[in-house]
Structures are given as structure tokens and as C-alpha cells.
Design a protein around this ligand. Structure first.
Ligand code: F6P
Length: 540
């Protein structure tokens, strides 16, 4: 493939940027009264309004040409077909197979993986049903009431996000907790009020070697055994989700109580594999299947919808427009639904671990920006925290507003007020308030400049009817594929994560130095050596 910045569409976009840099959304809406109806797209139950972006038909034409020249659709098809597009690890990238219907055929190395996916899903379903019905008994004969998922990164963020998102559908007499941090405070606080005899730990780790997870799992085992006093209790109180049966066995978990997945599922793309076991226990197998169906709806939309009506394609391309031509460095994701409180945190790993890369597939250093910084929190709380900067600061921050037409908790007037804020914010960000309007309100001219809103601050609005398991699946898959589109254009490998390795290696080297009784032979830089010495002297 030619270098991205040499592509004719890229160069045309560079020129076009100069025509667009000063164009105001106010003008774009005045010159096209239908803009708000026209620049919208729908798929898998999600409605996307992208009219409040600094784009014209010409911009969209050029962005779509860029996608074509960069071969996004070809790369997409290669992913869906199970080609080994994760070239640094020699792996296929097939999270889409995790939600494929039972009769689908998806081959990896000549083997159809779909039957294996459904075999695991069926086993998860049986297990979840037993827990939910109080039939899975702990070692002392008490039914399990508390489920603690131990995992980190993709083995935590997806489950905790989806559990919180689908709490409305959860079985309320079960307590779900998620332990991730190696900070002992996490597991101490999450277990302190639980009865070990009623608690099940799900140790979720693709590799089953991750320091944080294995440390927490060992602490959990001690916590359990100090109460139940018999190693045989582990079998009733621990299950594993992993691709690594050998390590699961070594830890002492019976592989009969292990739910597997495969190396073609990346950690941050694994929440709909067995990694979602805790979510399935909470909401039940039927709701979980609905979640998977929502993912699949969006997969099909992404695979088949024409590029100019394709939600992930449009969101990915518009993101590139700001990231690479306007120099925007971040994207705020602002869900107007309390149940989606963890969605921005989940997206941080999905997007930043995928596209935080600077080497192309051919091994060259990029000469353009790649993945943006993703951040956000639920509205309306964010409005009273950081929106000031989005409205009047010096940085351009494209925002995704996410809202639902129906609430799951009908308490008038809450939902109308919540949604009024979505519409008000996107309107204010786009159109602002001019100096003349401020003066016309009778504001002192000395103060007036402070009260001017320039507007022209771009937003997408994603609307769905209701937060259901199916809608959630579609929403997550929308972002998975948006990330894919951008990675495909930047020509990077969105599916490895070598950047987290060095820190892990150094931490395991430093850990014994902290604990060493003898003065260790510290071979770090002078800053690290001094910090380690000070810590050792004062750690007690
Ligand atoms: O943060 C690095 C990472 O490898 C993630 O990609 C992954 O989701 C996480 O660690 C946890 O890994 P595992 O599931 O193997 O414990």
C-alpha cells in the first residue's frame, strides 16, 4: 500500500481542510435547511446524527475516497474471513465469530470455529442457570449469592461495564463485584462484607499469567480457605475463564470448571466470549444471547451497509478528519444514561490500546497522528465538571453524545430533563452565542466577551430507543468497528499491545527488590534507585 499521506484522497483532504477551517456550522445549517435530516444514518437499532460536524458533502466524499484508497472494506472483509491480520502475533482477529449465529461457518486454519463458540456458550448458560436458581452450592451446602470476577483490562472492563449497563435486567438477589487492581485495597474492600461460604470467584484471564489477576486470585483463595479450611472448597468456589488450561490447572482449578476461548479473541475484544460469564450470570442466558445478537446486528451492518450509510465507517472517518486534519487530540464520549457510567472507561482500553501505535504494518514510523485520547463520563455530571473547557476552552474536542428515547426508570420529569440536556448541549456547542446576542441580552459590554460562545464545536449524537441488551451489543460493536476503520486507515495493527509489555517486565524485576532484606544491587537510573531506596526505608 502507498504511504497514507501520499494517497490522493489524503492530499485532497489536506487542501480541503484550508477551505473548511473557518467554515461555521451556523452557515452550514443556514445554507442547507435539510442538513439535520440528511446527515444521519441508521443501523442495528442505532440512529447517528452527524450533521453537527464540520463537514460538507465534499468532505464526506473525500473521506469516503480515503477509505476506498486505504482499502478499508478489503481489510474489513479479511478480518471477517479469519485472515491473520494481527501480523505481529500471527493471529486471526475474530471477535465477530463470538456472536455469529449457530449455523454460521467461520474457518480458522481450515476449522469452523462457530460450533466451539456455541459449545462454550451453552456450558456457560447451564452454569449461569444453576447459580441463578440457587442450585450451585458452595462447599458448606449454601447456595452462591456473591460472584466476584477477578480480571484486569479486557478481562475486567468489558464485564464491569456490561454488568452496570444491564443492571436493570439483572437478578437482584445476586451480588456482583469486580476486582482488578493489584492494590490490595480493591480485593479487601470488595470482599469485606461477603460470606466466603456464599461466594464464587471467576478468575478471568486470557493468559492466566497476568500479575494483578494471579495475585488477586491467590489472595481470594487464602480468604476463602481461611474461612472454609479445606482445599477441596476451591472446586466449589472458583471457576476460570481462560485460553490457558495448563495454568488454570496449576492454580488448582478443575478444568471441568473452566470456560475457554481462543487466541483469535483479543483481550479488549473479549467481553462477549466466556469473559462475559459474570454478565451472563447477572442477566441470564437469554438476555446474554440478546446482547450477542446486538453485536451481530452491528457486525452485519458494518459488513454490508454501503460506506456512506455505514455507522462505524462514518464515525471512523469523521474522527480521522478531526484527528489528522484539525489536529484534535481527544474525543469525549458522553453517555446520557447512568447505566453507561463505565462505558468511557471501557472505550479507553478498546480504542487507546488498539490504536495507540506509531509503526505501520510495513514497519515504518508513521508521519501522521494515530489514535486519539478517549475520555468522558456520564451526562449531566460532566456538564458541571469539564464541559466549560469544551464550550469555551482553546482545544477542539469532538464529542459523542449517547442517549435513549425511553428510560428504564420512569420517574417524570427526570428523563425529559436528561434528554433536554443532550439536545441543549449539542445545540450550544454547534451554534454558540454571538457577541451581538449577548449584548442584546443586556450584558455589560465589558463582561460580554466572557459570555460569548463561539460554537462550531462538533458533536455526534447517537440515539437508540431503549437501553436493552441488544442495543448495548450494537453500541459496543459500533465502537469496535469504528476503531477498526481508523486503524485500517492509519495502517497500524490495532490488535497487538506491545506497549504495555515493558512496564510489566520492569515491575516484575523491581518487585523482589522492594521486598529484599539485603540492600539490593539496584541497577536502575538514579531517580528510580533513589525512589526504591526511600520506599524500602519507609515501607515498614
Ligand atoms: O493490558 C494488557 C493486557 O494484555 C490487555 O490486552 C488484556 O486485556 C489484559 O492485559 C489482561 O490480560 P489477561 O486476560 O491475559 O489477564
Amino acid at each position: 500500500m502507498s504511504k497514507l499521506t501520499d494517497l490522493s484522497a489524503w492530499q485532497a483532504l489536506e487542501t480541503h481542510y484550508y477551505d473548511m477551517a473557518e467554515v461555521q456550522l451556523r452557515e452550514l445549517f443556514v445554507s442547507d435547511p435539510q442538513r439535520g435530516e440528511r446527515l444521519t444514518a441508521e443501523g442495528a437499532g442505532l440512529y447517528l446524527d452527524y450533521s453537527k460536524h464540520r463537514v460538507t458533502d465534499e468532505t464526506l466524499k473525500l473521506l469516503l475516497a480515503l477509505a476506498a484508497e486505504a482499502g478499508v472494506e478489503k481489510k474489513r472483509d479479511a478480518m471477517f474471513a479469519g485472515e491473520k491480520i494481527n501480523i505481529t502475533e500471527g493471529r486471526a482477529v475474530l471477535h465477530t465469530a463470538l456472536r455469529a449465529p449457530r449455523d454460521a461457518v467461520i474457518n480458522v486454519d481450515g476449522k469452523n470455529v462457530v460450533p466451539d463458540v456455541h459449545e462454550v456458550l451453552d456450558r456457560m448458560g447451564e452454569f449461569a442457570d444453576q447459580i441463578r436458581a440457587g442450585k450451585w452450592l458452595g462447599y458448606t451446602g449454601k447456595p452462591i449469592k456473591n460472584i466476584v470476577n477477578i480480571g484486569i483490562g479486557g478481562s475486567d472492563l468489558g464485564p464491569v461495564m456490561a454488568y452496570e449497563a444491564l443492571k436493570h435486567y439483572s437478578q437482584r438477589d445476586l451480588t456482583l463485584r469486580f476486582v482488578s487492581n493489584v492494590d490490595g485495597t480493591d480485593i479487601a474492600e470488595k470482599t469485606r462484607d461477603l460470606d466466603p461460604a456464599e461466594t464464587l470467584f471467576i478468575v478471568s484471564s486470557k493468559t492466566f499469567t497476568t500479575q494483578e489477576t494471579m495475585t488477586n486470585a491467590r489472595t481470594a483463595r487464602q480468604w476463602l480457605l481461611s474461612a472454609l479450611k479445606d482445599d477441596a472448597a476451591v472446586a466449589r468456589h472458583f471457576v476460570a475463564v481462560s485460553t490457558n488450561a495448563t495454568e488454570v490447572q496449576k492454580f488448582g482449578i478443575d478444568t471441568a470448571n473452566m470456560f475457554g476461548f481462543w487466541d483469535w479473541v483479543g483481550g479488549r475484544y473479549s467481553m462477549d466470549s466466556a469473559i462475559g460469564l459474570s454478565v451472563m450470570i447477572a442477566v441470564g442466558p437469554d438476555n446474554y444471547r440478546e446482547l450477542l445478537a446486538g453485536f451481530h446486528d452491528m457486525d452485519e451492518h458494518f459488513r454490508t451497509a454501503p460506506a456512506d450509510k455505514n455507522l462505524p465507517m462514518l464515525m471512523g472517518l469523521i474522527g480521522i478528519w478531526y484527528n489528522n486534519f484539525f489536529g484534535a487530540e481527544s474525543v469525549a464520549v458522553l453517555p446520557y444514561d447512568q447505566y453507561l457510567a463505565y462505558f468511557p472507561a471501557y472505550l479507553q482500553q478498546l480504542d487507546m490500546e488498539s490504536n495507540g501505535k506509531h509503526i505501520t504494518l510495513e514497519g515504518q514510523t508513521v508521519d501522521y497522528q494515530t489514535g486519539p485520547i478517549i475520555w468522558g463520563q456520564p451526562g449531566t455530571n460532566g456538564q458541571h465538571a469539564f464541559y466549560q473547557l469544551i464550550h469555551q476552552g482553546t482545544k477542539l474536542i469532538p464529542c459523542d453524545f449517547i442517549g435513549f428515547c425511553q428510560t428504564l426508570n420512569v420517574l417524570p420529569p427526570h428523563h425529559d430533563l436528561l434528554m433536554a440536556n443532550v439536545f441543549a448541549q449539542t445545540e450550544a456547542l454547534a451554534f454558540g452565542k454571538t457577541y451581538e446576542q449577548v449584548i442584546a441580552d443586556g450584558v455589560d459590554p465589558k463582561i460580554a466577551p466572557h459570555r460569548v460562545f463561539d460554537g462550531n464545536r462538533p458533536t455526534s449524537t447517537i440515539l437508540a430507543d431503549r437501553l436493552t441488551p441488544r442495543t448495548l451489543g450494537a453500541l459496543i460493536a459500533l465502537y469496535e468497528h469504528k476503531v477498526f476503520v481508523q486503524g485500517a486507515i492509519w495502517d497500524i495493527n490495532s490488535f497487538d499491545q506491545w506497549g504495555v509489555e515493558l512496564g510489566k517486565v520492569l515491575a516484575s524485576k523491581i518487585a523482589p527488590e522492594l521486598d529484599s532484606k539485603a540492600e539490593p544491587d539496584l541497577k536502575h537510573d538514579s531517580s528510580t534507585n533513589t525512589l526504591i531506596r526511600r520506599y524500602r526505608a519507609r515501607r515498614g
